[in-house]
Design a protein around this ligand. Structure first.
Ligand code: TYD
Length: 143
């Protein structure tokens, strides 16, 4: 799916437990300027409902599970994050929704920029129209 992929972190595992180190510009393909985490989300809640214009993110479910819908005007995918050794990268101009949070789920997000509301597109129709232009332009650049 466009601008998204699953990344498997390498794990230091021994009889004492497991450890994962995430370093920016190595494991994640950007400098981490911000981290935030989402927790205490009811099972029936669906959130997200936006795209970013420039922001790149890596989503890691540290505990429990959550489903992530990613979508462009042309394709969509649902990924279940249920393993702290797995990250979902989401680049610019991809619509996302998060749902089916298990009780106690903790979703960690590593982000390439500080919080900036002007980088959000929160209306799907507006997103779809901008994304069509954006993807057409990208296609032209790749020819
Ligand atoms: P929002 O990004 O809309 O959450 P979600 O996409 O998961 O539904 O953010 C929820 C609220 O938190 C919103 O009022 C903006 C605020 N917020 C910050 O102040 N800083 C941040 O880094 C983030 C991600 C959100």
């Amino acid at each position: 799916m466009y601008n998204t992929y699953i990344y498997r972190f390498s794990m230091h595992s021994d009889e004492y437990g497991k450890l994962i180190a995430v370093e920016d510009n190595k494991v994640v393909p950007f400098l981490i300027k911000r981290i935030y985490y989402i927790f205490d989300v009811g099972n029936e809640i669906r959130r997200g409902f936006h795209s970013h214009i420039d922001l790149r993110q890596m989503l890691i479910c540290l505990h429990g599970s959550v489903k992530i819908l990613t979508k462009t005007p042309y394709e969509e995918a649902i990924v279940e994050l249920n393993d702290p050794s797995k990250g979902l990268y989401i680049g610019p101009m991809v619509w996302r929704e998060m749902f089916d949070f298990s009780t106690g789920a903790v979703l960690l997000v590593l982000a390439s920029e500080y919080y900036d509301e002007s980088d959000y597109i929160r209306n799907y129709q507006e997103y779809a129209s901008l994304a069509k232009d954006f993807l057409k332009q990208k296609e032209g650049e790749n020819k």
